[in-house]
Design a protein around this ligand. Structure first.
Ligand SMILES: [Zn+2]
Length: 459
């Protein structure tokens, strides 16, 4: 059976700064063709999702947990579509739940269908950035048993659409409405807190959190922030007609105070939008927050998040002590920070396992490896390859289970953990970063000159 996906994306070009804009719409098409025995793949992946949950939490294995036969969805839950004989079932991402769990939670949906849809979309959508409330819609045919379409709408301009043909093959399309990008500078003085100053400038809370997160790495707000300190943010904002959309890349942040001194942070855009290196750095390339330099693999696709999750079959809650990253057998696995190997061995449950103890007492865990490249007692540096990704232990598919234990012995969420060390961009990435720094600095300086804003950097 053939698995075909088509990705249509409108690429937007925006050339101006502040206010006036030009939009050019281009269309990027690419077709990726995979050959799969779809049914077997779905059954295997679905089965592994279910089984992995129970293994990771140390629970007993569930025998044959899936019922892929679907019963008709009750009429009371469906909405009839106009102009077709199809019906829709709607839902949204639940707080603190992943995609699959949010789908399974829809009343009336068949679990097999939910997992099938989640796995089909997983190839195209980065499930790391899900937000509660994002909507999806399952479209059934007139029998109310067969899925014909599925739509996931993370925002008002984006629809990820899966269409199922009669042979059971899903094709994928991303539909993006034209979005206008506006560049915006925000400067201000601190009267109470930076957060308040940003909110006063109509910066959404999610963005101000990112700005705060970046600056917290370089400024000790508790001891060094003062009334009258000055900040600058240079960012992108997106509009659909006059409606401002959420999100927006932050290209630059600076903070300056008598006590804190002058600090600035620049965004690095790697070639691949999924690259773990897309993040903010100091001018000399030192990683600030959200830096994926601290991540253990090159490409980040979380297939199972940290924390409590509802078991798809038993409905029981279980605890997942780390995150699962999808990958291929043999993919390099890196130490996320400098440290010492305190365990390198094999056991039936975890397979090949490596544990690194870092200088601050934090320990990181790498499980299910196909090959361990370090021995107990070895010292490692950040980003050093310590193993190869695998599928050893009680798992059914290749992935890396990555866990972080605090110095107090408590499991923490690896996706939220701040830097353990501060690695730097190197070589070719650093060179590209410097070009981006130059471009950004040019715009920032232009803006400062035009508005007569003086900082320690341009005095
Ligand atoms: Zn796991």
């Amino acid at each position: 059976m053939t698995y075909i996906c088509i990705n249509i994306k409108y690429t937007l070009f925006s050339t101006s700064i502040e206010g006036t804009n030009q939009i050019g719409a281009g269309i990027k098409n690419f077709i990726i063709t995979h050959h799969h025995n779809l049914v077997a793949a779905i059954a295997l992946i679905a089965f592994s999702v279910v089984v992995l949950c129970s293994f990771d939490s140390g629970q007993a294995m569930v025998q044959n947990p899936l019922d892929l036969k679907a019963e008709a969805v009750p009429d009371s839950l469906l909405e009839k579509m106009s102009n077709t004989n199809n019906y829709t079932l709607s839902g949204s991402i639940l707080p603190n739940e992943g995609f699959t769990n949010s789908l399974i939670a829809i009343e009336g949906i068949n679990i097999g269908h939910a997992i099938e849809l989640s796995n089909a979309l997983r190839f195209h959508v980065d499930f790391r950035f899900l937000k509660a409330g994002e909507k999806f819609k399952v479209v059934y045919d007139s029998t109310k048993t067969k899925i014909v379409e599925f739509e996931f709408m993370p925002d008002v301009v984006t629809t990820h659409k899966l269409t199922k043909d009669s042979s059971g093959t899903y094709s994928y399309k991303e539909i993006s409405l034209p979005v206008e990008t506006k560049f915006r500078f925000i400067t201000g003085k601190i009267e109470t807190t930076l957060n308040q100053a940003l909110l006063d400038n109509d910066i959404p809370r999610s963005t101000s959190q990112v700005v705060n997160g970046i600056l917290e790495c370089v400024v000790n707000f508790r001891s060094d922030a003062r009334v009258g300190d000055q900040f600058t943010v240079y960012m992108e904002e997106y509009y659909y007609y006059s409606k401002k959309l959420s999100g927006g890349k932050i290209h630059y942040v600076s903070y300056e105070g008598k006590r804190s001194g002058f600090h600035e942070a620049f965004r690095f855009d790697d070639v691949d939008p999924l690259s773990a290196y897309n993040a903010h750095y100091t001018k000399d390339g030192k990683a600030l927050i959200h830096s994926a330099l601290r991540l253990p693999i090159d490409k980040i696709h979380v297939t199972s998040p940290f924390g409590g999750r509802r078991h798809p079959v038993t409905g029981k809650r279980s605890f997942h002590s780390g995150v699962d990253y999808r990958g291929h057998i043999g993919d390099p696995v890196y130490a996320v920070a400098k440290g010492k190997i305190v365990y390198s061995g094999y056991d039936k449950l975890n397979g090949n396992k490596v544990v690194v103890k870092h200088t601050d007492g934090t320990k990181t865990y790498y499980l299910h490896l196909s090959k361990r490249l370090v021995k107990k007692g070895n010292s490692v540096v950040a980003r050093q390859q310590i193993a190869k990704l695998g599928r050893t232990g009680r798992v059914t598919g290749p992935h890396l289970h990555f866990g972080i234990k605090s110095s107090k012995g408590k499991w923490v969420n690896p996706l939220l953990k701040r830097m353990i060390a501060t690695p730097k961009l190197k070589a070719e990435k650093y060179a590209r970063f410097l070009t981006q720094v130059e471009e950004t600095s040019l715009k920032v300086n232009e803006y400062r000159e035009k508005n007569k804003i003086f900082t320690l950097s341009n005095l």
